[in-house]
Design a protein around this ligand. Sequence first.
Ligand code: GUN
Length: 291
Amino acid sequence: MQILDGNLVSQATKDELKIKVAQLVMEGKKVPHLAAILVGTNGASETYVGSKVRTCEEIGFKSTLIRLEETISEYKLLTAIEELNTDPDVDGILVQLPLPKHISDERVINTIDPTKDVDGFHPVSVGKMVQSLPTFVPATPHGIMLMLEHYKVETKGKHAVVIGRSNIVGRPMSILLSANSNPGNCTVTLCHSQTKNLKEICRGADIIVAALGRPEFVTADMVKEGAIVIDVGITRVDDPSKKRGYSLKGDVKFDEVSVRSSFITPVPGGVGPMTIAALMMNTYKACMAKN
Ligand code: GUN
């Protein structure tokens, strides 16, 4: 069993970007600039956006964090996005999800200029991804592909089972794994809450991507000997023994599944850090497209 170490691969990716940014500075060119909008004070969102901004600083990107009140009107949020769209210094825009209930995710995503859509959530970006055209690929599935590539995990012809059909992870993951690419070229089954005999389908999988957000959902009896297991889950579970009052749990029961698998991602330290590295790559790409 080999651990797919997201901390290690993301650090390597960030180090490469750091060198590229230093090169831009030497040439007197503009450095990549990521603008993040955070609405409200959701604890997990605060953590994620905080890491994104910190990583920008680490590698020499410029970043702007716009904090808006939970009660902000949709109109005001859309106006803030439009200002970033027209700001020539801003290369990438991300609006952290989830948004408060009174705001439409769809209208927000559709307002982002597709050339600055570093999250890859705009329908133009999604359409291009589906057709394997150059575009911004959503950070989590992109990060997973980068990790498979780094460890030279053979995926061609394998049966990949993706659990979860979200626009952020499961659905784009299913598209990327089925593409004529390396990694890729998988036969993909996309499972969700209405799937019958999920356990049986998982038992037939060479690759399992668990992205449903249910702690320790994937157990040893669902995993074939030698399978590759990618755990996207990261749920806060109450844990009074921890100073912060919670611990982070993946969608995979790591202790029992890891002994059956050929490759597995830990939580934390697996997919999470890769997600940030992929976002940084997208932001660099957005900047270079303009230079
Ligand atoms: N919420 C959970 N994942 C993501 C992500 O990748 N991007 C944004 N904007 N919000 C998220």
